[in-house]
Design a protein around this ligand. Structure first.
Ligand code: FAD
Length: 495
C-alpha cells in the first residue's frame, strides 16, 4: 500500500455505478480524482435490471460499451407485466415499434458484482486513483465550502485528503449526505419492504422476450423475476412496510411464502432448487429506499445515486438515475474546473436536471401503481393516487418545482394530484391498446406519460446510436445550459 502523494481535484466516495461514472467522466477531462470505496470488489449489490440509457448512453460515453457487450450479460428487450385490470401478461419493449428494433433498443440483466467491477476498473484505467477497502468517515469543511474528507486506509489509520469537490456516491447507507440539504425526505407512498434471493434456474418467457424482467402483481404486493443466466434467476417480493417484522424475523420463510402466493412466478419455479453459490445463497431484505433531498449540492460537494435519491424498484430506474446523476455532476465539475462558467450556475444545471429526471420517474411510478386494480387487497388499495398524502405531494412539488410536468405554475396538492390521476389514466389506456398493436406501432409511445419519462434516456440512447445527440439539445429551462459534444461538460445552447 502506498499513500496518495498528489493533491486531488475531486474525491468520490463510493465505487458503485454512480461513483464509477462521475469519477471516470471527470478523469476523462484530465482531472485528478481519488475514489474511496469501503469494500473490495467484486461485491454484492441488488439492482440487476438495467435500462438502455445506461448501456448505450453512459457506458458509451465512458468507453465501456464494448466490454459490456463482451461480458455475456443477458440481453433484455423490455419488461413483461402481470399488472393492471387485465389478468393476462403484457409486454413493454424498448423498441419504438415492435418490428423496427434499432440496435440500441435493449439493455442487460446484470450480476451487479460483475457490472460494478467493469465500471470501477474502467475508472481506474482512465486514471482515477481507486482505493478499495478504505472508508470515508467524515468531511472537512469551513464556513465557505466542503474542502475534503476524513478517511481510513486499509490499516484503519485515520487520514485526511483535500480537493476542490467531494462527491458523495456512497449509496443508501451514506453517512455524509446530511452535509448537503440535511435529512432525507422519505416517501410514504413507496414505503415498502423487499425480500429477495436466487434460484439455480427457472422457466423463461418465450423468445425473444426470454431476457425480459417479469413483474407480477399479487394480493400482497408484487414480485420481480429477473433471468440473470440460464442457471440463475433473481426473485424478489415487494410488500407493504407493515410486514417488516415478520419478514425480518425469518426472511427465507417469508420469501418462499410470498413466491407461493403468486401463481405466475410459482409456476416458473416448479422443482427448481434455490441457488447455493455465493453470494446468491442468501435471502436478503431492504427497506426505506424511497427518499429525496431538499438540495443536491452545496459549494464543494454534490450527491449522486442512492446517496441523493431513489424511488422504487419496479421500473429499473435506480442504476439509470445513479449513472445519469453521476454524468450530470461530472459535467458541472468539469466545467467548473475549466473555469467555463460560474459555479452556482453550473451546479444549478446539475440539480435542476437531476430533480427533473427523478420527478418524472416518481410521478410515473405513482401512476404505475395506481393502474393495478385489486379492491380487496390492502397493499393495492393503499397504493392509489388518492393515497399520496398532501404533505408528500407538497414536498414533492417543491422538489421538482413544477418541472416534472413542465408546468411552473403548480403550487399545491390539488393540481399535482389531478395530474397524477390523469397520468395514470393516460398510461392505462395505452396498455389496454397493447394487444391490438400492429407491427409498426408501439402504443406505449402514444402515451404522453410514457414518452416523457423515457425522453432523457432516449437522448442518451441517441448518443449511443449516432455518437451524439441528433438535434442540438434544447436547454431544460430558460437560461439553462446543454451538454457539450463529448457529453462531459456544459456549454451555452446554440442561439
Ligand atoms: P451503490 O451501488 O450502493 O454503491 C455505493 C458504494 O459506496 C458501495 O460500493 C459501498 O460499499 C460504498 N460506500 C458506502 N459507504 C462508504 C464509505 N463511508 N466510504 C467508502 N465507500 C462507501 N436499480 C435498477 O437499476 N434496477 C433494478 O432492478 C433495481 N432493483 C432494486 C431492488 C431493490 C429492492 C432496491 C432496494 C433497489 C433496486 N435498484 C434497482 C436500485 C439500485 O440498487 C440502486 O439505485 C443502485 O445500486 C445505486 O447505485 P449507487 O452507485 O448510487 O450506490
Amino acid at each position: 500500500y502506498t499513500e496518495p502523494t498528489q493533491d486531488f481535484d475531486v474525491i468520490v466516495v463510493g465505487g458503485g455505478p454512480a461513483g464509477a461514472t462521475v469519477s471516470a467522466a471527470v478523469a476523462l477531462h484530465g482531472h485528478r480524482v481519488l475514489l474511496v470505496e469501503k469494500e473490495t470488489f467484486p461485491r454484492y449489490q441488488i439492482g440487476e435490471s438495467l435500462l438502455p440509457s445506461t448501456v448505450h448512453g453512459v457506458c458509451r460515453i465512458l468507453g465501456v460499451e464494448e466490454e459490456m457487450a463482451r461480458a455475456g450479460f443477458k440481453p433484455k428487450r423490455g419488461g413483461t407485466f402481470r399488472w393492471g385490470r387485465n389478468r393476462d401478461p403484457w409486454q413493454f419493449s424498448f423498441a419504438l415499434s415492435p418490428r423496427l428494433a434499432d440496435p440500441t433498443s435493449f439493455a442487460y440483466q446484470v450480476e451487479r458484482s460483475r457490472f460494478d467491477a467493469i465500471l470501477l476498473d474502467n475508472a481506474r484505467r482512465v486514471g482515477v486513483d481507486v482505493r478499495e477497502g478504505c472508508r470515508v468517515t467524515g468531511v472537512l469543511a469551513d464556513e465557505e465550502r466542503i474542502r475534503g474528507v476524513r478517511w481510513t486506509g486499509p490499516d484503519g489509520e485515520p487520514r485526511e485528503a483535500a480537493a476542490r469537490y467531494v462527491v458523495d456516491a456512497s449509496g443508501n447507507g451514506s453517512r455524509i449526505h446530511p452535509h448537503v440539504g440535511g435529512k432525507r425526505i422519505y416517501s410514504d407512498f413507496f414505503r415498502n419492504i423487499a425480500v429477495f434471493g436466487y434460484f439455480a434456474g427457472g422457466e423463461r418467457l418465450p423468445a425473444p422476450n426470454d431476457g425480459n424482467i417479469f413483474c407480477a402483481a399479487f394480493d400482497e404486493g408484487w414480485l420481480w423475476y429477473i433471468p440473470l443466466r440460464d442457471d440463475l434467476t433473481s426473485v424478489g417480493a415487494v410488500v407493504a412496510r407493515e410486514n417488516a417484522e415478520a419478514v425480518q424475523r425469518d426472511p427465507a420463510t417469508a420469501w418462499r411464502r410470498l413466491i407461493d402466493a403468486c401463481p405466475e412466478v410459482r409456476g416458473f419455479l416448479d422443482g427448481v432448487p434455490q441457488a447455493t453459490e455465493a453470494p446468491y445463497d442468501q435471502v436478503r431484505v431492504r427497506k426505506d429506499w424511497s427518499y429525496w433531498k431538499s438540495r443536491l449540492w452545496r459549494p464543494g460537494m454534490a450527491l449522486v445515486g442512492d446517496a441523493a435519491c431513489f424511488v422504487d424498484p419496479v421500473l429499473s430506474s435506480g442504476v439509470h438515475l445513479a449513472t445519469y446523476g453521476g454524468l450530470l455532476a461530472a459535467r458541472s465539475i468539469n466545467s467548473c474546473l475549466a473555469g467555463s462558467a460560474d459555479e452556482t450556475r453550473l451546479f444549478a444545471e446539475f440539480e435542476a436536471r437531476y430533480r427533473h429526471e427523478y420527478g418524472l420517474f416518481h410521478e410515473f411510478l405513482v401512476s404505475f401503481y395506481d393502474m393495478h386494480q385489486d379492491e380487496r387487497s390492502y397493499f393495492w388499495k393503499a397504493r392509489k393516487v388518492t393515497n399520496v398524502g398532501t404533505t408528500e405531494l407538497q414536498a414533492f412539488v417543491e422538489l421538482v418545482g413544477g418541472l416534472a410536468s413542465g408546468d411552473a405554475s403548480l403550487t399545491g396538492a390539488g393540481p399535482a394530484g389531478e395530474r397524477l390521476t390523469a397520468a395514470a389514466d393516460d398510461f392505462e389506456r395505452a396498455v389496454r391498446r397493447l394487444p391490438d398493436a400492429d407491427d409498426l406501432r408501439n402504443p406505449l409511445y402514444e402515451s404522453e406519460t410514457f414518452r416523457q419519462v423515457f425522453q432523457e434516456g432516449t437522448v442518451l440512447q441517441e448518443r449511443g446510436l449516432f455518437g451524439g445527440p441528433l438535434e442540438s439539445e434544447a436547454p431544460l429551462r430558460p437560461g439553462g445550459l446543454v451538454a457539450s459534444e463529448d457529453g462531459l461538460a456544459w456549454v451555452e445552447p446554440e442561439p
